[in-house]
Design a protein around this ligand. Structure first.
Ligand SMILES: *Cc1c(COP(=O)(O)O)cnc(C)c1O
Length: 311
């Protein structure tokens, strides 16, 4: 996605011009990947704009930082306010919000503890990303996901995305739109930046957090909506070949939202079309974010923006 700019970026408590949000090449993060981040969507509803599950995203940011002993000088409430401040100042929705915390310019050794922690929050316009109605053609990656006790999967860390990049590039070069990695034991984990769901005989399956996956907030939202719709849900280790013989499969993520899989390794998933359970969950999800269904779990934080383009 080409980057569209906005006027302001939030940095350590203040709004600064987009062009001024620069860092030194000798910053710790550039050399050792010491960053944690979030991706959040702001959606529009008939009566305005709202950020989806802001609180949960900022809590996860703080927890990602905690895993890496990176003390953030802000609590969840302050980070929530900061996101609202920058989104309202820039004034456009729908948009994507990218908070990032990292180890800045300080010492050049591996130990990050003496390098300052910098927090930035950017946002930029990002309309509906509707994947081809046909769904995604994906492959199983030859790269595994992070093994337990190597890199923590529950931290949404920039460095984890080196693994994601290998998965994504391999898929792309081989003509697939995304790759699904197996965990170190050969069970399904997730896409390069999306959680994975499978439907078989009316039951919804997803890989548990122990299988090297991120605790996706869209994943959690889909589990909540599935229970609301009375769809049986099972979190268990899933063998690769279940993808070839399931009825439906889809990815979830802030970027991917709910994207159905048409084929895996050129084997058609079901009849290739978006199946009934995926469709029901897709609708339930978009009805909430687009303000067409009641927000019964308080997932939406309203923001005041000048330009709100309603889907
Ligand atoms: C961000 C991310 C996801 C999706 O998480 P959401 O909270 O739904 O956006 C899934 N897997 C990985 C590896 C991610 O980094």
């Amino acid at each position: 996605m080409p980057l569209e700019t906005t006027a302001n970026i939030w940095h350590n408590g203040k709004l600064i011009p987009w062009e001024k949000a620069n860092i030194h090449v000798m910053s710790h993060v550039i050399h050792y990947g010491s960053s944690v981040f979030e991706g959040i969507r702001c959606y529009t509803q008939p009566e305005g704009a709202s950020i989806f599950r802001l609180h949960e995203h900022m809590k996860r940011l703080i927890n990602s930082a905690k895993i890496y002993r990176m003390p953030l000088p802000y609590d969840v409430e302050q980070l929530n306010s900061a996101v609202i401040e920058v989104v309202e100042a820039n004034g456009v929705a729908p948009c994507y919000v990218r908070p990032i915390a990292f180890r800045g310019y300080g010492e050049i050794g591996v130990n990050p503890l003496k390098s300052p922690v910098e927090v930035y929050i950017a946002n930029f316009p990002w309309g509906k990303y509707v994947p081809g109605d046909g769904g995604a053609d994906v492959c199983i990656s030859s790269w595994n996901r992070l093994a337990p006790n190597t890199m923590p999967s529950l931290a949404k860390a920039g460095a984890n995305y080196m693994n994601s990049q290998l998965i994504r590039m391999e898929a792309d070069i081989n003509g697939y739109s995304e790759g699904i990695a197996l965990d170190v034991n050969g069970y399904l984990s997730e896409g390069s930046g999306e959680n994975l769901f499978i439907v078989r005989d009316g039951t919804l399956y997803t890989t548990p957090l122990a299988n090297s996956v991120l605790n996706g907030i869209t994943r959690d939202s889909i589990l909540v909506l599935a229970r609301q719709l009375g769809i049986p849900v099972v979190e268990q280790a899933l063998p690769r070949e279940l993808l070839y013989i399931c009825d439906e499969a889809f990815f979830t993520g802030t970027a991917a939202e709910v994207t159905h899989l048409r084929s895996v390794d050129r084997i058609m998933v079901g009849d290739g079309k978006m199946g009934p359970i995926t469709s029901a969950l897709h609708k339930a999800f978009f009805d909430v974010v687009n303000g067409l269904a009641p927000d019964r779990y308080n997932w939406l934080t309203p923001v005041k923006v000048r330009e709100a383009v309603v889907a």
